[in-house]
Design a protein around this ligand. Structure first.
Ligand code: ADP
Ligand code: MG
Length: 273
């Protein structure tokens, strides 16, 4: 369903779950890298003040003088805060230090829910896909992501209490799609840190499938140490250990997602490559 988008606007996908440690950032980094490797022009927006997506792509604290906060403060600055990553075809808006205060400051700001959407409208035409890595809360930053996006992708960790709190997230997505952003859809659930030796993983997967049906992506992301090692080296896992199970899984997930969402390289992306 890509009919409502104009040829030059990117597909904007928010990675959201108010729980921390479920694989939002890991999925954002690795899906972004795999989509970029397939020839798409990809932008990753680090919307979490923790800045793990920035670190995970090799952009350390020192290289984050301006980024997401600057862009939210003034959308006209968006083009100036995008940086190249070490992955060809993948650009990044890093989490700048001021982002930690944004949640509170935005409360007072005019058009506070639309800041990210407006900023991305300035630069979106340069990309086929924009991935937004959300913080672990349903506050104003995540709301900005849900207002800017057409798709929400929810990573679900295959652990105890995986589905706890999920109905609150679904309610939030529904209320945004009934109000601030009618284009928004919950387009996928990604099962992460799946361990096939552990019955619990299978139980969580079964529960998720009975609750969400075919919104659950077929690709399972296994628990794989190479995935977290790669992050500590500032690399997507496909660049760190291409043959690892984690790398293979994230490439399969990117392919599945591209198929489901009809992601394809636009003229602008090609022209600039
Ligand atoms: P979130 O962004 O939702 O808080 P992260 O993506 O940062 O979650 O993941 C939490 C931790 O789990 C990180 O240390 C990450 O490296 C690790 N991790 C994520 N996915 C996997 C996986 N499939 N296998 C092993 N470790 C993982
Ligand atoms: Mg994170």
């Amino acid at each position: 369903d890509t009919g409502s988008r104009s040829a030059s606007s990117p597909r904007i996908i928010a990675l959201a779950n108010q729980k921390g440690g479920v694989g939002k950032t890991t999925t954002a980094i690795n899906v972004a890298a795999a989509l970029a490797a397939s020839g798409l022009k990809v932008l990753l927006v680090d919307l979490d003040p923790q800045g793990n997506a920035s670190t995970g792509l090799g952009v350390g604290y020192d290289a984050r003088s301006s980024g997401t906060y600057a862009m939210l403060e003034d959308g006209a600055r968006a083009a100036g805060v995008v940086q190249a990553s070490t992955v060809p075809g993948l650009s990044l808006v890093a989490a700048d230090t001021e982002l930690a205060g944004a949640e509170l400051e935005l409360v007072m700001a005019e058009g506070r829910e639309y800041r990210l959407r407006e900023a991305l409208a300035q630069i979106g035409g340069d990309y086929d896909v924009v991935l937004i890595d959300c913080p672990p809360s349903l506050g104003l930053l995540t709301l900005n992501a849900l207002v800017a996006a057409q798709s929400v992708l929810v990573p679900l960790q295959c652990e105890f209490f995986a589905l706890e709190g999920i109905s609150q997230l679904v309610r939030t997505v529904n209320s945004v799609s009934k109000g601030l952003n009618p284009a928004l859809k919950l387009d996928g659930i990604v099962l992460t840190m799946y361990d096939r030796r552990n019955n619990l993983s299978e139980l969580v997967a079964d529960d998720a499938r009975s609750f969400f049906g075919d919104k659950v992506m077929e690709t399972l992301i296994p628990r794989n140490i190479r995935i977290s090692e790669a992050q500590s080296h500032g690399q997507p896992v496909m660049n760190y250990d291409q043959r690892s199970s984690g790398s293979q899984a994230y490439q399969a997930l990117a392919t599945e997602l591209a198929g489901r969402l009809g992601l394809s390289a636009g003229q602008k992306g090609k022209a600039r490559a």
